[in-house]
Design a protein around this ligand. Structure first.
Ligand code: F0G
Length: 358
């Protein structure tokens, strides 16, 4: 039986990496494209499919880019990689560095990354530094360090990351057999938005699809520089993964939007959390809050009449719900949800469930 070999080996002829470069892989990619009829009904589309990136080895889409970035770092003889991160990049960099047998250093905003993500970086013996500042400050530091010291930068300003992440678009086209009408995703640094656009553009050039999907990218309202047209000094949102005010791939993403006739928009934290619950309640797909931002934006714009009835839409859900599980344990009003306690007796449990004997 065929086992998925990771994105480098599966797409070696479409990636910028030589065949004799070492391959550091944890089997990333090959993630499910899940039909979500409840979401299709909600937004009035013919089909909505979720590209479930939480199924990657470290639980987010970052692994697609990290296999490329770390493999090439090793190919260049790097002994250490460095990344600024809101959590997922650090988890991924730490895991791939561990697999490669090299050191990783991660710079994270103090107090603003989820426990699940922090635990991954610790588990993979990364050197973790909490910076008194936000993600944008961390990225400035990481860039300056990599320019002046012998550490290899693996943030998405490194084109190897974008190169690896474009395989998400290849997989969508390979499994659908055509391009969707719209591709929707959450946006922070806009690296992934840029990467999917690149993948689809290459599919057009190679004749695998006729035209690109319209690329729709959504940010959190308090961190939405693409909507406001300039950097946000003090980005804020409960969606910590995309709490970014000065996107690294700003210009590339603007060009990508032009190329597809797409758009950027924003949603409130309340809309993000509503969709976070909808996806787990109605689609069976548990994502971290940031990952629900794309679907939340799709819903918002569907209410403005922007989703044609016959559309096929792919929504990338970027990270696993277990990364940041505390949000599932709160109700709409933010009140804690606790499972009921019951006595260890069948009759008592049946009574609590409101069941009468058959
Ligand atoms: N969704 C999740 C779960 C993320 O972790 C990120 C980015 C994004 C969406 C946005 O992707 O930056 O390519 O536009 N997380 C980065 C990190 C910043 O450090 O893990 P983007």
């Amino acid at each position: 039986a065929h086992q998925w070999r990771g994105v480098i080996r599966e797409y070696i002829d479409r990636l910028d990496i030589s065949s004799d470069n070492p391959v550091i892989t944890l089997g990333e990619g090959g993630t499910p494209l899940v039909e979500a009829p409840a979401l299709a009904k909600l937004v009035g589309a013919e089909r909505v499919l979720l590209k479930v990136e939480g199924m990657n080895p470290t639980g987010s889409f970052k692994d697609r880019g990290m296999t490329m970035a770390v493999s090439k770092a090793v190919g260049h003889g790097a002994q250490a990689v460095i990344a600024a991160s809101t959590g997922n990049t650090s988890a991924s960099a730490a895991a791939y560095a561990a697999a490669a047998g090299i050191q990783s250093v991660v710079l994270v905003p103090k107090g603003k990354i989820s426990l699940g993500k922090l635990s991954q970086a610790v588990a993979h013996k990364s050197q973790i530094l909490q910076v008194k500042g936000n993600f944008d400050d961390c990225l400035d530091l990481a860039r300056a360090l990599s320019e002046n010291y012998p550490v290899h930068l693996v943030n998405s300003v490194n084109p190897d990351r974008i190169e690896g992440q474009k395989t998400g678009a290849f997989e969508v086209v390979d499994s659908l057999g055509f391009a969707p009408d719209f591709h929707v995703l959450p946006v922070g640094n806009a690296g992934n938005y840029t990467a999917y656009s690149k993948g689809y553009q290459e599919d057009v050039q190679a004749g695998r699809i006729k035209s690109m999907p319209k690329m729709w990218g959504f940010q959190a309202e308090g961190s939405a520089p693409f909507s406001f047209g300039n950097p946000v000094k003090k980005p804020d949102t409960i969606a910590t993964a995309i709490r970014i005010g000065n996107p690294a791939s700003y210009d590339l993403a603007l060009a990508a939007r032009e190329a597809s006739g797409g758009q950027f928009g924003f949603v409130s934290d309340k809309e993000i959390l509503w969709m976070h619950r909808f996806l787990s309640n109605e689609a069976g797909v548990f994502v971290e809050p940031s990952s629900a931002t794309g679907a939340a934006g799709l819903f918002k714009h569907s209410k403005k009449g922007e989703v044609p009835a016959g559309s096929t839409i792919v929504v990338t859900v970027t990270g696993h719900g277990l990364k940041d599980p505390m949000w599932a344990l709160k109700d709409e009003r933010g009140k804690g949800i606790k499972p009921q306690a019951v006595p260890n007796r069948v009759e008592a449990v049946a009574e609590r469930l409101g069941l009468s004997k058959k």
